[in-house]
Design a protein around this ligand. Structure first.
Ligand code: HEM
Length: 222
């Protein structure tokens, strides 16, 4: 069969078109792969910045929270729907006793902390003395961090993994009046939630331990 010069030109153009289409497809696919990779890196980075996001999801701990030694998987306790493991029976007993005696548990544990911090920020954001400090702050994140911080400070089972209070409030120009306004909102929140005065006093005592750091004052010598 004879192939004319015109047919060859058409074939060559078709091949060029196919090559071109293949390259476009490759480009699109590699762009999609790059976008996928960037998305994964962003999600991982977000998780790394905020360990609180994963702390409560962990199945169980591998290091004993009392002795710091590897756990015996047979020695476990359930607390707020999470399984905790311990190195020895004595560690488990000691840990459960500290939970029981903690201000965190006396206040009502996780659900009480959630309710209190949510209600607290409703008050803070309505308070003209302090609300402007939160203008550019992600309140979802702030509520989550505050729940984590206060839970740990009151003796909850999970550690505080965020910034220290001095660093977190650095450069904000906070004064005694600002601190007192925040403390007042916290106290009024707890009163609204019908928490006993004796426990409110303990909460205030814990909040006061952060005052020098929050206000960026020199550390007191012990
Ligand atoms: C009892 C005193 C206080 C406690 C326990 C406390 C606790 C916290 C915690 C846990 C964080 C998150 C830190 C992190 O990101 O790792 C934070 C951030 C912040 N706090 Fe406080 N705080 C106190 C007082 C105040 C006061 C008096 C103000 C202002 C009136 C304030 C304004 C802020 C703001 C604006 C942030 C967000 C910073 C940012 O994300 O850029 N805090 N605080």
């Amino acid at each position: 069969m004879l192939i004319s010069a015109q047919d060859r030109r058409i074939d060559a153009s078709m091949m060029q078109l196919i090559n071109c289409t293949n390259q476009t497809m490759k480009l699109i696919l590699s762009s999609l792969a790059t976008i996928g990779l960037v998305m994964t890196l962003l999600v991982n980075a977000a998780m790394a910045i905020d360990p609180a996001a994963v702390a409560t999801e962990a199945a169980t701990n591998t290091v004993c929270p009392i002795s710091g030694k590897p756990v015996d998987p047979a020695i476990t306790a359930e607390y707020e729907g999470r399984k905790w493991s311990f190195a020895k029976e004595a560690c488990k007993t000691k840990w459960l006793k500290s939970r029981e005696e903690s201000l965190y548990q006396k206040l009502g544990g996780k659900p009480a902390m959630e309710a209190a911090v949510d209600a607290f920020y409703v008050k803070v954001l309505a308070d003209n003395r302090v609300k402007h400090f939160f203008d550019n702050v992600s309140m979802d994140k702030q509520r989550r961090k505050q729940k984590e911080f206060l839970s740990a400070a009151f003796g909850g089972p999970l550690p505080w993994t965020g910034k220290d209070m001095r660093k977190a409030h650095e450069g904000m120009g906070l004064t005694e009046e600002h601190f007192n306004a925040i403390a007042e909102n916290l106290v009024n929140t707890l009163k609204d939630l019908k928490i006993k005065q004796e426990l409110i006093d303990q909460v205030v005592a814990v909040a006061l331990t952060t005052k020098d750091d929050v206000l960026g004052r020199p550390k007191k010598a012990n």
